[in-house]
Design a protein around this ligand. Structure first.
Ligand code: NAP
Length: 295
C-alpha cells in the first residue's frame, strides 16, 4: 500500500519505519528540516514537499502533535483538492470534539477519516506492539486494518469518531494519576527513611501495584529524566484535553485540575522536555535529593 506519513517526530518516525518493515511503500513529510534529515538518514523516503507526499499516498497517516498542527498542515498549507479520494488516519492524541471537527472538514474535502490514537511509545511503535484504538465508519476501518495490524498487537474498533479519542484521553489521564499517586507515596517513604525495596516488595504483592511504578522508579530515584519517549509537555497537553472533555461532561474537575497545576510546575521548573516521571520532582521539591550537598 502507498502510505504518506505526516509528522516524523518521536512517534511518526518509528511508525513510518514499522510500516516500511511490513512492506508498505512509505513516503514521509516533516515540517522542520532537522527531523526530516534525521528520518532520511535512517533510510526513510521523505521529502519537504507536502503536496507531493500527500498526492502519492492512498492512505495518509497523521502523526502530528495536536489538532492545531493538523488544521495548519491539511487545511492551510496543503493545496486545495489534494485530499480528494484519500483515506486519512489520525493517530495523535486529540480531543473527541477536535477529532469530530477534523472529520467534518476531511469529509468536506471528499476524503475518508478514521481516528486511531495509540497506547504505547517508541519501542512499541518500532516492533508493532502498540495498542491501537480505532473509531470511524466500519468500511474505513476495514480498509485500514492491514496497516493498523502492522502497528498494533491489539487493534480494536470502538465505534464512531470521537470514541477512540475519548478512550485515549481516559488512558492518558491514568498515566498522570498513577504517576502522581506513586510519586506521593514514594516521597513519603523517602522522607521518613523507610526502605524503598521493602516498600516496592509489599506494593508488588498488593492489589495496588501497576507495572508503570517499576518502569519509572529508577528515574525517580536517580532524578534522571533524560531521553524521554513521552515528554512531560505531552502529558500536560493530554491532561488539558481530558480536563476539557471532562468539564463538558460534568465530571468533577478539582482532582485533574490540581494534577495539571503540578505538572505545569514541573514544566516551569525546566522538565517540559524530560520524561513525564519528572512529575516526582514537582511533587517532592528539594527535600528528596540523595546527593551530599555538604551542609
Ligand atoms: P513530537 O516528537 O513532538 O512530534 C510532533 C510532530 O508534529 C513533529 O513532526 C512536529 O514537527 C509536528 N508539528 C507540530 N506542530 C506542527 C505544525 N504547526 N505544523 C507542522 N508540523 C507540526 O511528538 P510525538 O511524541 O511524536 O507525538 C505525536 C502525537 O502522538 C501527539 O499527539 C502525542 O500526544 C501522541 N502520542 C505520543 C506518544 C509518545 O510516547 N511520544 C505515545 C502515544 C501518542 P517539527 O519537527 O517541525 O516540530
Amino acid at each position: 500500500m502507498k502510505i504518506s506519513v505526516i509528522g516524523l517526530g518521536l512517534m511518526g518516525l518509528p511508525i513510518a519505519q514499522r510500516l516500511m518493515h511490513c512492506g508498505h511503500d512509505v513516503l514521509g513529510w516533516n515540517r522542520s528540516a532537522e527531523r526530516l534529515a534525521a528520518a532520511q538518514a535512517e533510510g526513510l523516503n521523505a521529502t519537504a514537499d507536502l503536496n507531493r507526499v500527500i498526492s502519492q499516498g492512498e492512505i495518509v497517516v497523521l502523526t502530528l502533535s495536536d489538532a492545531a498542527a493538523i488544521e495548519t498542515v491539511l487545511f492551510e498549507q496543503l493545496e486545495d483538492g489534494l485530499l480528494k479520494g484519500k483515506q486519512v488516519i489520525q493517530m495523535g492524541t486529540i480531543s473527541p470534539d477536535e477529532s469530530r471537527e477534523i472529520q467534518h472538514r476531511i469529509l468536506a474535502a471528499e476524503a475518508e477519516y478514521l481516528e486511531a490514537p495509540v497506547l504505547g511509545s517508541i519501542p512499541e511503535a518500532k516492533n508493532g506492539s502498540l495498542i491501537v484504538m480505532a473509531a470511524g465508519p466500519e468500511a474505513a476501518y476495514q480498509h485500514c486494518l492491514l496497516l493498523l495490524r502492522c502497528l498494533g498487537k491489539e487493534v480494536e474498533h470502538l465505534g464512531g469518531v470521537g470514541q477512540a479519542a475519548a478512550m485515549k484521553l481516559a488512558m492518558n489521564q491514568l498515566i498522570a494519576a498513577l504517576t502522581a499517586g506513586f510519586s506521593l507515596s514514594l516521597g513519603l517513604i523517602k522522607a521518613e527513611g523507610v526502605d524503598v525495596e521493602q516498600f516496592m516488595g509489599l506494593l508488588r504483592e498488593s492489589a495496588l501495584y501497576a507495572p508503570t511504578f517499576d518502569k519509572k522508579l529508577g528515574k525517580m530515584l536517580e532524578h534522571n529524566y533524560a531521553n524521554p519517549n513521552f515528554p512531560l509537555k505531552h502529558l500536560i497537553k493530554d491532561l488539558a484535553l481530558y480536563q476539557e472533555a471532562a468539564d463538558k461532561n460534568g465530571i468533577e474537575p478539582s482532582i485533574s485540575e490540581s494534577m495539571l497545576a503540578v505538572l505545569q510546575q514541573g514544566c516551569d521548573a525546566g522538565y517540559c522536555e524530560e520524561d513525564y516521571a519528572s512529575l516526582y520532582e514537582a511533587i517532592n521539591p528539594g527535600f528528596d535529593m540523595d546527593v551530599d550537598e555538604g551542609c
